[in-house]
Ligand binder design. Structure first.
Ligand code: NDP
Length: 285
């Protein structure tokens, strides 16, 4: 067989990107599948995003991830949006179909898939309390509604942002979503089946921060999930474990948003175990 030294190229546009570990797991997935693909981290300033998106065509790239600060701004440079990305209002993955740039959002899908595969819990019919109303919260809330949760209480510090998100998602999905302002200590109700932190509280370097919540009334099988993956073992998850509650860390969401992007780009199912192993090794956990 003739040698092929030409790589297919995907990657991420963001600023900063030096600490973004997604490429480590994607390249482990490509290697396990025998694909001659590379995933590169590109530092792209906001004013260069248009040029960077044109470069997808110039270099014949197969797709791209977007991270802070490009997840919303990139929409101006796309040909189409998936229905979910439209509802969320943000894109973390672009795939290319017949030369068209199609915006997708795999963050919330990755969250739901992680819940199902790593915790064995289906969100359908579950009563959920979620902290946060930023980009991750929008993606997770959208996919939880599409997965059929019976109640989704969004709790956020800023009332404006929380009400806006809940209003938008109620209008676009007609889902069972409602808002409560976060003042003082939030008491997690006994009725909750699932408690999700989608704020950045606990994110490196502020690793000792913990959401101001009281878990004492939680039912013993309430699953506590943290979107924060750096560090994976957050104060919130430690507090939940101390109460004997089941937990799921942010690496689960991170891996599965990558698994879904891999499938969108290559049309193949990756070796998920290889991707997880590579990510855990890279992060030293
Ligand atoms: P945003 O900046 O869009 O939103 C941040 C959210 O956190 C807002 O709701 C904000 O509330 C809240 N918040 C921040 N600080 C505080 C505080 N001190 N007290 C109360 N609320 C606070 O961030 P993202 O939504 O993009 O990211 C959120 C987290 O999710 C990050 O840690 C990120 O790393 C993680 N993430 C994980 C992914 C994964 O694959 N595991 C994927 C994507 C994100 P307010 O509106 O009041 O400011």
């Amino acid at each position: 067989m003739a040698a092929n030294y030409q790589h297919e190229l995907v990657g991420v546009f963001g600023q900063p990107v030096a600490e973004n570990p997604t490429g480590v797991m994607q390249e482990a997935g490509f290697a396990a599948a025998g694909l001659n693909w590379r995933y590169l981290n590109f530092e792209v300033a906001p004013e260069k995003l248009g040029d960077a998106m044109k470069a997808l065509h110039t270099f014949g790239m197969r797709g791209i991830n977007l991270t802070i600060p490009h997840k919303v701004a990139v929409i101006d440079y796309l040909d189409e949006l998936s229905p979910e990305a439209k509802t969320i209002g943000a894109v973390n993955t672009v795939r290319i179909e017949n030369g068209k740039l199609i915006g997708e959002n795999t963050d919330g899908k990755g969250f739901v898939r992680g819940m199902r595969q790593d915790s064995g819990i289906d969100p359908a019919g579950k009563r959920v309390v979620m902290l946060g109303a930023g980009g991750a919260a929008r993606a997770v809330a959208t996919e939880l509604i599409l997965a059929g949760v019976s109640d989704l209480l969004v709790v956020n510090r800023s009332t404006d942002r929380g009400e806006k998100m809940v209003g938008d998602l109620k209008a676009s999905t007609a889902g069972p979503i409602r808002f409560q302002a976060w003042q003082g200590t939030f008491e997690v109700p006994e009725s909750a089946d699932l408690f999700v932190n989608c704020t950045s509280i606990g994110l490196f370097p502020d690793v000792n921060a913990m959401p101001n919540v009281d878990l004492s009334r939680a039912q013993p099988n309430m699953l506590v999930v943290d979107a924060v993956f750096n560090p994976p073992q957050t104060k919130l998850l430690t507090a939940a474990k101390e109460r004997g509650l089941p937990t799921l860390d942010g690496l689960s969401m991170l891996v599965y948003q990558g698994v879904i992007a891999f499938q969108m780009w290559t049309g193949q199912d990756p070796d998920e175990a290889a991707m997880k192993r590579a990510l855990r090794e890279a992060l030293g956990v």
